[in-house]
Design a protein around this ligand. Structure first.
Ligand code: NAI
Length: 677
């Protein structure tokens, strides 16, 4: 009948088959929208039209690359309306994912049939938007307000089976084609279009309680609340609510929040393909060894087992091996308890796992990850043993936080196979993996690191070597800047509150108390000899450590804690110590507003990030932003410190950085990008 390149229409008897073919995810790009308009015209005369998609999924969203531009006709809401109004009723025939515009189209069809396991959702909230083609108006009419809130406000994806229970799909089947054929043979009466139905009654306080809990979880992000508001418009006639939704959707496309979230979305994909490994085939591996089964080693082993790898964990002696085994088993059992895996899956993982005290047992592993004590000679000894026992080509990786991997591997033959794989704690949970290449690491080994990251569902970021790599180096700068603020007049709770207000899950001092002050203290002691003597060095944190105020675990740190309670309580002893420090330095303490505090700390982070890029440690701003979002809790809806700097203006950020640098002379390097032009 009619054909465009992206949407084909074929008449078989009195049934029109409309097939969208826009790989990879059949996004509703301009061509698909036009193709659908043509298809609605082309199916005229048929008894029924079946809308399906080629490839791996039904329409799984919009084309985000079009979101920065002015919308181009035909607009999706009009296309969706045409499908709903079509004289020939449509059946949505779905597999894969039915997301965003895909769900909006499906809801305009008279019937919905899905293959088992198909996912349904309105993920616009994840990119700072509300749907723009009736999603928030039709969904509550179809599934009820409560489920609609779940989908639209949190981005939750429901399976076909759950949608069936909600009455939102007509059939869930194994064989889609056969099911559609028998369905069209005996077509039920055409139901009332979804847009003309009314929303079923719901609890009177549902909207307000949802608003309160969404607000709490969103930590400053607006889109969950925007979606909630739009959902409430579904109580108006569709002809009123739908244009309101569309207008708001177009406004939100222009917001900093949506730009930031889209930046994060694209950055997540681009960082996994750094230039260094373009067109490089990674080495394959299925068996890995982990050396050291403490906090990190156990987490890494758990992540690898969960991803289907076989793991041999090597500890110092049989007792430590047993303890490591228990630790890993405990983490896997914890996943069962939280419903993340079944007991049977847990047992399969354990069957691929052994904890031993002999390097000979690692002989067949293709990759070894070391996570022993942070001590150069201990690590060097581990790699000597691994090199002796493993294949000469096996990949050797260190999880060191601060040591120089090049030094760790110094004695190893064939250092092209050596690499840093820096996991974050807890390693089976945290998304970030810094992949650290030494000057000698071969690209295929770097590519293997990225392949491992992908298997483990991590966001992997390539880093060169510097103190703390990308993330911990920025953290050190952030903390140093915060300490200067303390010394000049701010108090820990003011700094923490300012950063929370910005959207951080925690401020720098609460976070130190949570993770413990010892590691950073040890690191500062290590660096004491090489620190520039002219650099301003605030000793307050060292003094706390000397007083054995190591944080929550010791009951006190920057704050004090009551037994069994993690809530930080201001401690006059600490505040007196801070004020005493300022007095001893001859500093007249001044007040800092929350805005001054956060703008300074963010300018420092962006400056450090720019230096890291300038030095070639990070490939680009996306890499820095992904490290901060996935390893350090930087609010995703702010896009990361580099995106935030771009958003407020690099010159604004630069001038704040210059003020920070002026206040503490000889303490800050200013990145070239942030120097006066
Ligand atoms: P940990 O002290 O919890 O565990 C170290 C484990 O290594 C212990 O179980 C110990 O028995 C074992 N071990 C020590 N020497 C060994 C040897 N020669 N052979 C076999 N096993 C040996 O330490 P954690 O926190 O797991 O740290 C391990 C490494 O990971 C360190 O390099 C650390 O800097 C790094 N790291 C730590 C992070 C953290 O948040 N704790 C985050 C990222 C990296």
């Amino acid at each position: 009948m009619s054909q465009t390149s992206l949407v084909n229409v074929e008449l078989k008897g009195d049934v029109a088959w409309v097939t969208v073919d826009n790989p990879p995810v059949n996004a509703t790009s301009t061509g698909v929208r036009q193709g659908l308009v043509d298809a609605v015209a082309a199916v005229n005369g048929a008894r029924v039209a079946v809308l399906q998609c080629s490839g791996r999924t039904f329409v799984a969203g919009g084309d985000m690359s079009e979101f920065d531009k002015s919308p181009v006709e035909p607009h999706l809401p009009d296309v969706v309306q045409m499908i709903e109004d079509s004289e020939v009723p449509f059946i949505a025939c779905m597999h894969g994912n039915v997301l965003g515009g895909g769900l909006e189209i499906a809801m305009a069809c008279a019937w919905r049939i899905a293959v088992h396991g198909t996912g349904f959702g309105l993920p616009e909230v994840n990119v700072g938007l509300i749907p723009g083609a009736g999603g928030t108006q039709r969904l509550p009419r179809l599934v009820g307000m409560e489920a609609a809130i779940d989908l639209a406000c949190t981005g939750k994806v429901l399976k076909a089976e759950e949608m069936l229970q909600l009455g939102a799909v007509d059939l869930v089947v194994d064989d889609l084609e056969a099911a559609v054929e028998s369905f069209v043979a005996d077509l039920p009466d055409r139901p009332v279009p979804v847009s003309q139905r009314s929303v079923a009654d719901f609890a009177p306080d549902l909207i307000e309680t949802s608003r309160a809990s969404l607000k709490k979880r969103a930590k400053g992000q607006q889109s969950p609340l925007e979606n909630l508001t739009a959902l409430t418009w579904s109580q108006k006639p569709f002809s009123e609510g739908q244009p309101m939704e569309r207008a708001r959707h177009l406004v939100l496309r222009q917001t900093a929040e949506s730009r930031a979230l889209r930046h994060a979305f694209f950055a997540e994909r681009s960082v996994s393909k750094p230039a260094m490994i373009k067109d490089v085939q990674p080495r394959s591996f299925s068996r890995i060894a982990v050396v050291g089964g403490g906090l990190m080693g156990a987490g890494i082993a758990t992540a690898a087992l969960t991803a289907g790898l076989s793991v041999t964990l090597i500890e110092r002696d049989s007792e430590a091996a047993l303890a490591a085994h228990d630790r890993v088993e405990g983490l896997l059992k914890g996943a069962v308890k939280r419903g993340k895996m079944t007991e049977a899956q847990c047992q399969t993982c354990l069957s691929r796992f052994r904890a031993v005290d002999s390097y000979a047992e690692a002989a067949d592993a293709e990759l070894a990850i070391e996570a022993v004590f942070e001590d150069l000679s201990v690590k060097q000894q581990v790699f000597t043993e691994l090199a002796q026992n493993m294949d000469a080509n096996a990949i050797l990786a260190t999880n060191t936080s601060y040591l120089d991997p090049a030094e760790i591997f110094a004695g190893i033959e064939n250092q092209t196979r050596c690499i840093g794989l820096h996991f974050f704690s807890p390693a089976h949970v945290m998304k970030l993996l810094e992949i650290v290449h030494t000057p000698q690491t071969a690209p295929e080994v770097v590519a293997a690191g990225f392949a491992l990251g992908k298997k483990l569902h991590k966001v992997s970021v390539l880093s060169g070597i510097c103190d703390g790599f990308i993330g911990n180096r920025m953290l050190a700068a952030y903390r140093r800047a915060a300490d200067y603020l303390l010394a000049d007049g701010a108090l820990p709770h003011e700094i923490d509150q300012a950063m929370r207000d910005f959207g951080m899950p925690m401020g720098p001092y609460e976070l130190q108390d949570l993770t413990g002050l010892q590691i950073a203290w040890a690191n500062r002691k290590c660096n004491a000899a090489t620190r520039d003597p002219n650099e301003r060095y605030v000793t307050i944190a060292d003094q706390l450590c000397e007083m054995e105020r190591f944080g929550q675990r010791s009951g006190k740190g920057w704050y004090r804690y009551e037994d069994g309670n993690r809530k930080p309580i201001r401690d006059p002893e600490v505040e007196a110590l801070i004020e005493g420090y300022s007095a001893a330095q001859g500093t007249t303490r001044r007040t800092f507003t929350a805005e001054e505090i956060s703008s300074r700390l963010l300018a420092v982070m962006a400056n450090e990030g720019a230096l890291i890029i300038q030095e070639g440690i990070a490939e680009n701003a996306e890499a820095v932003d992904m490290v901060q979002i996935h390893g350090y809790g930087f609010p995703r809806w702010r896009g990361g410190p580099m995106n935030y700097r771009k958003e407020i203006g690099s010159d604004v950020s630069r001038s704040v950085m210059l003020t920070v640098a002026e206040e503490s002379p000889a303490s800050w390097a200013i990145a070239a990008q942030t120097k006066a032009p």
